[in-house]
Design a protein around this ligand. Structure first.
Ligand code: PNS
Length: 173
């Protein structure tokens, strides 16, 4: 990138990390808003040791790629280990996370501080849009597991992947 005075500026890249099991429309909103603030976004699909994932990491990545098809500024990548180290290797300016209120903040604040101590990477929090404040991957999976309608919370491709994972047939429109 070149400024008006002819200086070259480094691209400002942010990592939007998560388990994305599966990606929800709330996640997509945060990713889109992060892309408005930074030159380039890497959506980092991490393996959370505390959670048993429903969908394989390759599927989770493919579903996010599908949601952002045609967006050259948004890349999707697996985070193979420590998030802070991934950010350092990618030259990320910041981690961006969405916050759905005080409970999320209580969980995320220590992680942000540890990540800063590990490699110096800053975390930027975006307040979740109220319309998505109650939506999480866990709730969506619960509803889908019991045969409920999830189309208000995820893309048709994600709804189909959930239906398949729970052994139900569903066509993608
Ligand atoms: O809440 P999520 O979506 O499951 O988030 C997963 C992840 C890994 C992004 C979150 O737990 C995090 O930010 N962890 C920081 C610590 C780390 O680097 N974990 C990777 C495990 S080796």
């Amino acid at each position: 990138m070149t400024t008006a005075s002819g200086k070259t500026m480094a691209e400002r890249l942010a990592v939007v990390p998560g388990s994305f099991d599966p990606v929800t429309l709330g996640h997509c909103d945060v990713i889109r808003r992060a892309a408005d603030l930074f030159d380039r976004i890497v959506v980092g699909v991490a393996v959370n040791a505390a959670k048993q994932a429903l969908l394989p990491v390759e599927t989770r990545i493919a579903l996010i790629e599908d949601s952002f098809a045609g967006r050259e500024d948004i890349e999707v990548s697996q985070v193979p280990g420590l998030l802070a180290e991934f950010c350092r290797q990618r030259g990320a300016t910041a981690i961006v996370k969405g916050l759905r209120g005080g409970q999320d903040l209580g969980h995320e604040e220590p992680m942000a501080l540890v990540n800063k101590e590990l490699t110096g990477v800053e975390t930027v929090f975006l307040a979740a849009a109220p319309v998505w404040g109650h939506v999480s991957s866990s709730i969506v999976k619960d509803v889908a597991r019991c045969g409920g309608e999830v189309s208000a919370y995820v893309t048709p491709a994600v709804a189909a992947a959930l239906a398949e994972a729970f052994g139900r047939r569903q066509s993608v429109q």
